[in-house]
Design a binder for this molecule. Structure first.
Ligand SMILES: Nc1ccn([C@@H]2O[C@H](COP(=O)(O)OP(=O)(O)OP(=O)(O)O)[C@@H](O)[C@H]2O)c(=O)n1
Ligand SMILES: O=C(CO)[C@H](O)[C@H](O)COP(=O)(O)O
Length: 379
């Protein structure tokens, strides 16, 4: 499916005004941070990178309005408008939709043909799936992601006994994203009853009930799951760290052994399932590429700069320069660590050092410990 097919305006509403009661934490889950970045910023960035998405309306609670503006500034989000939400998810979504029709806060945004609604707490949605949802919404008026049910749904009596159970194969879990012709969903919310505003949980239902549109349902990937409980925050963090972060290693030092070391380190990391680029690049040259291509905007890039030296001498000027550099590039979301490895002509000693170097590199990439940025570790 080609992105060129989106030859009409598309914008997004991200409801993010909830309090995240079910996590049991005092910070609403959308503002919990991973790798020094709030969850909401990861979700925004996912949409912002897609060229055919014009605007992103983020709906937050009154108290989060200023902190949200700060996040936008800090992470350079360029397509976002922030509006205040309501006491229920449906009220918040309606506030977001109103930003395209009426406004008490700055100019009205240009009305999109299709609007995507997506929970701010579902950070792992990809462009291909958003494209499917968008094109289906344009064709059918409404569309939504579904997933197979994990457990069977049963109805209970008021006394707490089984009333009846539903045939699982006939039912699906409704997930996000959902897409709508803007006019369809805006009209549905304008007509929505107080009961639905208060207790409703399903936008597709509103499109059917109040605009007469049967949504096209599309099975989505398992990664669409919603961060709901505390354990989901841990799972999100681990996905971000292990599969989505870019990482790279640089090897420097004026010796023939560096070439051999670089391919050995690459092999070792791969055998530990780490997708890592190991290069003999110039440090500054590589950092420049990462900064210019904005590679590190969404997920931090870890660079482990390995310096091979002949003796256990004091850290020289070059090393200090790299450490200074690490402080500068930290603002660009690039985490630069240094490791000094002392070359040994004794094969067993060298072997031991290479193993240790692999372990340290792996841990730096995986843990991204902020305290170790700008430090020089020694093997
Ligand atoms: N008044 C509300 C309630 C919820 N949401 C948003 O709707 C999405 C999905 O809702 P849910 O997972 O239920 O979030 P919370 O309401 O925050 O969680 P909880 O029910 O555990 O309190 C979240 O991005 C949440 O911020 C919203 O914008 N306005
Ligand atoms: O899945 C959804 C849409 O169908 C929503 O994400 C869901 O309704 C969110 O609300 P809650 O978890 O508060 O019920």
């Amino acid at each position: 499916m080609e992105r060129d097919a989106v030859d009409f305006p598309v914008s997004v509403v991200l409801p993010a005004a909830g309090s995240g009661e079910r996590t049991g934490l005092s910070t609403p889950k959308q503002f919990c941070t991973f790798l020094n970045r709030p969850l909401i910023s990861f979700t925004i960035e996912t949409f912002e990178r897609i060229p055919w998405i014009e605007r992103i309306v983020v709906v937050v609670a009154k108290d989060s309005y200023d902190p949200m503006l700060h996040i936008i500034q800090q992470f350079h989000h360029a397509k976002v408008k922030v509006v205040e939400g309501g006491t229920t998810r449906h009220r918040s979504i309606f506030s977001g939709l109103q930003a395209f029709s009426e406004s008490s806060n700055g100019p009205v945004l240009p009305r999109p043909k299709v609007v995507i609604i997506h929970d701010a707490v579902r950070p792992f949605v990809d462009e291909e799936f958003l494209l499917k949802i968008t094109l289906a919404a344009k064709e059918h008026g409404a569309s939504g992601a579904i997933r197979p049910l994990v457990s069977t749904v049963i109805a209970t009596t008021s006394e707490g006994f089984l009333d009846h159970s539903l045939e699982r194969t006939k039912y699906r879990a409704s997930e996000m994203p959902q897409g709508f012709l803007y006019e369809v969903i805006y009209q549905a919310y304008q007509r929505c009853s107080e009961f639905d505003f208060e207790f409703g949980t399903e936008c597709l239902h509103l499109a059917l009930q109040y605009s007469g549109i049967n949504a096209k349902l599309i099975e989505g990937p398992p990664t669409l799951w919603k961060v709901t409980y505390k354990r989901d925050l841990a799972a999100a963090e681990s996905i971000i760290k292990e599969s989505l972060s870019l990482s790279a290693c640089l090897i420097s030092g004026a010796m023939a052994e560096t070439v051999e070391l670089s391919s050995r380190l690459q092999r070792n990391l791969e055998s530990h399932h780490m997708t890592t680029g190991v290069n003999l690049f110039e440090t500054e040259e590589m950092l420049k590429v990462f900064v210019e291509t904005k590679h590190a905007l969404l997920y931090p890039v870890v660079i482990v700069w390995v310096h091979v030296c002949m003796s256990d001498s004091a850290i020289d000027e070059e090393l200090n320069a790299v450490m200074e550099l690490s402080m500068k590039v930290k603002q660009e979301n690039i985490l630069l660590y240094g490791v000094q490895i002392i070359f040994s002509k004794v094969p067993e000693l060298w072997e031991r050092s290479v193993t240790r170097l692999t372990e340290i590199t792996e841990s730096l990439i995986r843990d991204r410990n902020p305290v170790l940025i700008g430090q020089m570790l020694r093997v």
